[in-house]
Design a protein around this ligand. Structure first.
Ligand code: AHM
Ligand code: MG
Length: 335
């Protein structure tokens, strides 16, 4: 290979997780094994999505999930892949999935300590157009002495031990954070079959004039949200609008470039659209750990919101610190 500069000191996700484990003296390796299974689920889902239109995986499966969305064939496959990976890791006791009405308890893993909440393929309405979709996940440790009940997952995001999301785009990206830690971004190297650390210690810009929301809903928005939107569009330098309609993709861009993503509660969806356990909570943890903010439509910190039921929804504003603060200040003014 002559004198070409090839980086042989690559930080793969596997190496990263192993090094993290050795930092924690009390670690048993259970969490590390769980994350290896997660990693496999991401790789598999990325693979099927990439091949979807070639092997007839496009379109609807002919069913609808618990919250009434039409299920795509890939929603079903993504869910099955995820479920099998979590069960076979042996380290997961409970699984909450957007595609499953009830909590799944793995009887094969009676002594496992973890509960995983996930949206296996978020943004699936975009799938057939080849737009980026991804997987969102959050991991709780079961409460002390618990054998796995719904109380182990009906908890605030601030209890999460780890969370993150993938985006299956031009390349597969993984954003991962642990409690009290930073945010790290990995890119799938298809040649090596490994996620490589490409965005260490991600810190998002403190502000940026980009807003990302489905403004088609503005007819239903409450006054403070309308005022915020008018204000940013009439600023000296009006904000740019960017909306993909795939939370993982809109969030990934917002994390990198800064700005704000909003899906407020409104007259049409009084509780908001996005789900607390496997969309809002994990995303909020990522954004806070990267120096941003995330609040619900009542301007409460999103990671403090506790769902009553596993599929509960919430309004959400997340993004750069100053951009979210602007929303909070306008809401406070309205009282
Ligand atoms: P899904 O989980 O059924 O894919 O729905 C969630 C998606 C998010 O990815 C995205 O932010 C939002 O729904 C878009 O909603 P809308 O089409 O109403 O703008
Ligand atoms: Mg979703």
């Amino acid at each position: 290979v002559g004198k070409e500069s090839i980086n042989t000191e690559i930080m793969t996700l596997t190496r990263f997780l192993t090094e993290e484990q050795t930092k924690h003296k009390e670690a048993t390796g259970d969490f590390t094994l769980l994350t290896h299974a997660l990693q496999f689920a991401f790789k598999s889902i990325a693979y099927y999505i990439r091949r979807a239109s070639l092997i007839n995986l496009g379109g609807l499966a002919g069913s609808s999930n618990t919250t009434g969305d039409d299920q795509k064939k890939l929603d079903v496959i993504g869910n099955d892949v995820f479920l099998a990976a979590m069960r076979s890791s042996g380290r997961v006791r409970l699984l909450v999935s957007e595609e499953e009405e009830d909590i799944i308890t793995f009887d094969t893993n009676p002594d496992a300590h973890y509960a995983v909440c996930c949206d296996p393929i978020d943004g699936s309405s975009n799938l057939d157009a080849g737009v980026s979709v991804g997987t969102i996940f959050g991991i709780y440790r079961l409460k002390d002495g618990s054998k796995g009940t719904k109380e182990d997952v009906l908890r605030p995001g601030s209890d999460l031990v780890a969370a993150g999301f993938t985006m299956y785009g031009a390349s597969a990206q993984l954003v991962f954070t642990m409690k009290g830690g930073g945010v790290n971004g990995f890119t799938m190297d298809n040649g090596l079959g490994e996620f490589i650390l490409t965005h260490p210690d991600m810190q998002m810009p403190k502000k940026r004039g980009i807003y990302s929301t489905n403004e088609g809903n503005s007819k239903y928005w409450p006054e403070p949200v309308l005022e915020w939107c008018r204000e940013i569009k009439n600023a000296d330098k009006p904000y740019s609008s960017r909306y993909i309609g795939s939370m993982v993709a809109d969030a990934y861009r917002t994390l990198l470039y800064g700005g704000i993503f909003a899906y407020p509660a409104d007259k049409k969806s009084p509780k908001g659209k996005l789900r607390i356990l496997y969309e809002c909570g994990p995303m909020a943890m990522v954004f806070e750990n990267a120096g941003g903010q995330a609040v619900d439509s009542n301007m409460n910190r999103m990671v403090e919101v506790v769902p009553e039921n596993i599929h509960d929804r919430s309004g959400i504003f997340l993004g750069s610190y100053d951009e979210v603060q602007k929303v909070i200040d306008i809401h406070k003014k309205h009282g």
